[in-house]
Design a protein around this ligand. Sequence first.
Ligand SMILES: *[C@@H]1O[C@H](CO)[C@@H](O)[C@H](O)[C@H]1NC(C)=O
Ligand SMILES: *[C@@H]1O[C@H](CO)[C@@H](O)[C@H](O)[C@H]1NC(C)=O
Ligand SMILES: *[C@@H]1O[C@H](CO)[C@@H](O)[C@H](O)[C@H]1NC(C)=O
Length: 373
Amino acid sequence: MSTTYIILLPFLLTCAIASAAECENATSLSLMIDSLLATYDRESPPDSKIVVNLTLHLRHANIRESESTVRILADLQMNWIDKRLSWNAGEWGCSTWLVSSERLWRPDVVLLNAAATTAGDYALRARVSNNGSVSWIKRLDISTPISMQLDNWPNDMQTCTFKFGSRMHNSDEMDFVIDKRIYSMFESGAWDVTDLSSAVQSQDRGEVEARVAMFQMSFRRRAPAHALAAGAVFAVVLLLLLSAAALPPATRPPLAAVSAFISILWQMSVSSRLGEAGSAPRVSRVQAAAAVCAAACCAAAALVCRVQRCRRAPPPPLRSLISNLSNTCDLTPLPEWSCEQSAWWGACGRVLDRALLLLLLLALLLLVLVYCF
Ligand SMILES: *[C@@H]1O[C@H](CO)[C@@H](O)[C@H](O)[C@H]1NC(C)=O
Ligand SMILES: *[C@@H]1O[C@H](CO)[C@@H](O)[C@H](O)[C@H]1NC(C)=O
Ligand SMILES: *[C@@H]1O[C@H](CO)[C@@H](O)[C@H](O)[C@H]1NC(C)=O
């Protein structure tokens, strides 16, 4: 075995050097290319139906939240067969060459769904193989609007779709094959690209159908600090509200007000950071509800104090209700219940207070459940 190789080695080396020299002889290569392209019509497609293989090499992707757009930098590699460009590799001593893509017919594959293309795209040279296969890479720097769904903020996922297709060729003239094997997955910035899926679909364009290649990307926000802060602020607001609930009505409003203030402050700082979105964060809704609960807690305390300060004789049905209730539960006044002026209205206020506190606790329980699940 090895002796055969040793005998063949000089021959193989000579061949390699000869073919490399042939490929490197730019003068002769460009002469051959010129003669091949002399009869080539770059305006007409190579076939009545062209199949273009697409590969998306993603290099960078990020979401700009303030503008609600996704920006990607990627290479869109297109491969197709143009039999007019095939040649005899033995005769040329060269099996592939690079040529300015302007000299060839190229599929007019463009991004169909982007409203804004930031820096446009520019093309590299095309690589042509002796079997007529052409490989051409388009550099993309594109941004597309995205409808942000912030329900699960700060653990939200966003998806966006890029649709590529030809504006001129219908489905009988051009089709796409997506090469799923060569995605360059990576991570970048505040967002992780978690998934990149693709599909080729038919799109109705009035009277004709066209094929469209779609690449769908899923992004996951990386914001552990936001989640921690949101949880801590919610816990503080809840604890303050519960402490307020444990106090007598006259001393309750200051704590409840502090709790509402913290909640609103947090809301303002978060909403200034989030851009336009299709939905509000659930955390934010829960915080807003907690602030409303705190305000309701103040209002309830004020109402109870107001009732306890009444001087008029209570109406008879209320009297009988209170005397019935005082048999089942203890309605004797506590010394620190300072707003009380008449024993009847004092007892009445305490009943009202208990009912309103029960409502508040139920609302807080509901908020905790909504926050956690
Ligand atoms: C390159 O090819 C040209 C034309 O075929 C020939 O005249 C020239 O000698 C070649 N140069 C080298 C370095 O082989
Ligand atoms: C396109 O992809 C198909 C299936 O993966 C493959 O058979 C074909 O050779 C590819 N064509 C080109 C031009 O690369
Ligand atoms: C054409 O040749 C290139 C490089 O030599 C190769 O990668 C490709 O698979 C070939 N395509 C077909 C359709 O034979």
